[in-house]
Design a protein around this ligand. Structure first.
Ligand code: HEC
Length: 160
């Protein structure tokens, strides 16, 4: 014996079913679109690594840069709070030996390009064993000449 659903209750069932399908479709479309946007955003955040990446930007910044000013700026901008040598919390790598380290930290980036990226686009690469705690707003806070001075300082052997 088949139970016959009375005509009068069929349309609410169709309505509920239809609504359910509609909501599911919207979710699926949303998911696909957001995943695609994420992939595109990621690709933009980490440009293809080549030996000349950032080289023209960083060369221009270094043209008249003053490492002595850079030394004052890393204090003024609070970089030292995290990067201080012997900091007990060990929150960030100390600046000592930065220039040497930068040569091979993220090949094929050259040292100055690596330091530039670390400040301007810190999420592109996270140093092993550290948290991504580097502030991301330095590009807005630093002027070009300040950024150049800081990079010049970090490229000297006295950076610490
Ligand atoms: C709140 C803490 C904090 C402050 C402030 C900070 N940094 Fe960092 N920085 C980090 C951390 C943590 C890392 C390592 C993780 C990573 O790669 O993002 C890092 C990484 C770096 C690196 C790469 C170091 C390496 O050994 O490869 C450079 C260069 C750097 N920061 C420069 C700066 C400069 C310049 C300033 C100031 C203008 C600054 N940071 C301010 C936390 C900080």
């Amino acid at each position: 014996m088949t139970t016959k659903i009375p005509q009068s209750v069929r349309w609410p069932i169709y309505l509920v079913l239809g609504l359910f399908l509609l909501v599911t479709a919207v979710f699926v479309i949303e998911f696909v679109v957001s995943t695609e946007t994420e992939i595109v955003a990621k690709a933009e955040a980490t440009p293809v690594l080549t030996a000349d990446l950032y080289v023209s930007e960083v060369s221009a910044l270094l043209e008249n840069a003053d490492p002595t000013k850079g030394a004052q700026l890393v204090e003024g901008y609070g970089c030292i709070a995290c990067h201080r040598l012997g900091a007990e919390n060990n929150i960030a790598p100390a600046f000592m030996g930065m220039a040497e380290r930068a040569v091979s930290r993220r090949l094929p980036l050259i040292a100055s390009a690596y330091i530039y990226e670390s400040i301007v686009n810190p999420m592109a690469y996270i140093v092993e064993d550290y948290n991504p705690a580097m502030p991301q707003n330095y590009p807005e806070r630093l002027t070009d000449s300040e950024l150049g001075d800081i990079i010049a300082y970090l490229l000297t052997p006295d950076a610490h």
